[in-house]
Design a protein around this ligand. Structure first.
Ligand SMILES: Nc1ncnc2c1ncn2[C@@H]1O[C@H](COP(=O)(O)OP(=O)(O)OP(=O)(O)O)[C@@H](O)[C@H]1O
Length: 307
């Protein structure tokens, strides 16, 4: 299903007709999605549905084969650092911290897109650089307090427990002062307590005026957190709506359980394969296996041993 999106003054992200092909594989097919200010939007879908590929198209890691992506009405440049500079920050499915740097240093790295001091100023450590450095440290410490990591500012990132490493990734993303934050599986590997804390943190980020788009497999988390949810299946947007609408949609349930329904992307191909298999097993003698091995015809009852 594709919905018509209307650009309003409130639209932060507007992705229209985004398609990404890798050779013969269409990983994302003509996906439209908007995120408005004050919103937390969820992106769900089974493994391989194209969620991360779609994120990569939004953040300049991939240049979409077709479609366009705008942030606050301006087309996003096709380079990750320029996308960050424009106001879109992200975290990754696999944590990407500088593990041998301290927690504070990791956040300072995320701050560099917002500092204007050049290389010479940094090397000569002039007054402009010192002032900018002090401001960056102050902002970084604020973010560490906001994410609950201030007491660990001097710890090496690699020594943080897993849940805190994920929080640190978020703090680092926030250091670029984004208007939109993209989170790719922020609770992956977390225990229930850490997941609840992550939920509170994302609500707090939204309350600071940052729109959020989040990919997640934990359905309870996503339906509790999001104002709107879109479900991708085999690269296409299948359903979009409120958490109540999406979780009650039989097509979403079927996609997760792997049961294709009429009209689902790929359902026709699955039906064809099933019909061909049924025809082949109907025409083959039950006790004959074409390759001389075991017959593929299965009976429903317990198999009897032949004497
Ligand atoms: N760089 C690439 N080159 C070729 N194929 C790719 C590439 N990246 C992704 N794909 C393919 O695109 C499809 C979508 O993958 P993607 O990782 O976007 O799915 P996903 O919904 O994020 O899955 P998961 O929930 O498992 O992370 C998959 O078939 C994947 O193998």
């Amino acid at each position: 299903m594709t919905t018509t999106t209307t650009t309003t003054a409130e639209t932060v992200l507007d992705a229209g007709g985004v398609t990404m092909r890798f050779g013969g594989l269409t990983a994302v097919r003509s996906v439209d999605l908007t995120v408005n200010s004050g919103e937390i939007v969820g992106l769900i879908g089974p493994n391989g549905a194209g969620k991360t590929t779609f994120f990569n198209c939004l953040t300049g890691l991939y240049i979409p084969t077709e479609g366009r992506v705008t942030y606050k009405g301006t087309v996003l440049p096709p380079k990750p650092h320029l996308v960050t500079q424009a106001g879109v920050a992200r975290t990754f499915q696999n944590i990407r911290l500088f593990s041998n740097m301290t927690v504070l240093e990791n956040v300072l790295v995320g701050r560099h897109t917002r500092t204007k001091e050049g290389l010479w100023s940094a090397l000569l450590r002039g007054p402009g650089f010192k002032r900018a450095e002090a401001e960056s440290r102050e902002r970084a410490m604020e973010l560490l307090s906001f994410t609950g990591l201030a007491a660990k500012a001097d710890h090496l990132a690699r020594n943080l427990p897993y849940g805190e490493q994920r929080k640190l990734e978020i703090a680092r993303a926030l250091a670029s002062d984004p208007g939109l934050l993209l989170l790719d599986e922020p609770t992956a590997g977390m225990n229930p307590q850490e997941t609840r804390a992550a939920e509170d943190l994302i609500f707090a980020i939204r309350d600071q005026g940052i729109a959020v788009l989040v990919i997640e497999h934990d359905m309870r988390f996503i339906f509790n957190l999001c104002d709107r949810v879109a479900c991708l299946v085999q690269g296409e947007k299948l359903v979009e709506g409120s958490p109540e609408v999406v979780q009650g949609d039989e097509r979403v349930v079927a996609a997760y359980l792997g049961t294709p329904f009429e009209g689902a992307p790929g359902a026709e191909e699955v039906a064809e394969v099933e019909a061909a298999e049924a025809e082949a097993s109907a025409s083959a003698p039950a006790d004959a296996a074409p390759d001389g091995g075991e017959s593929t015809t299965r009976t429903t009852g317990p198999e009897k041993e032949t004497p």
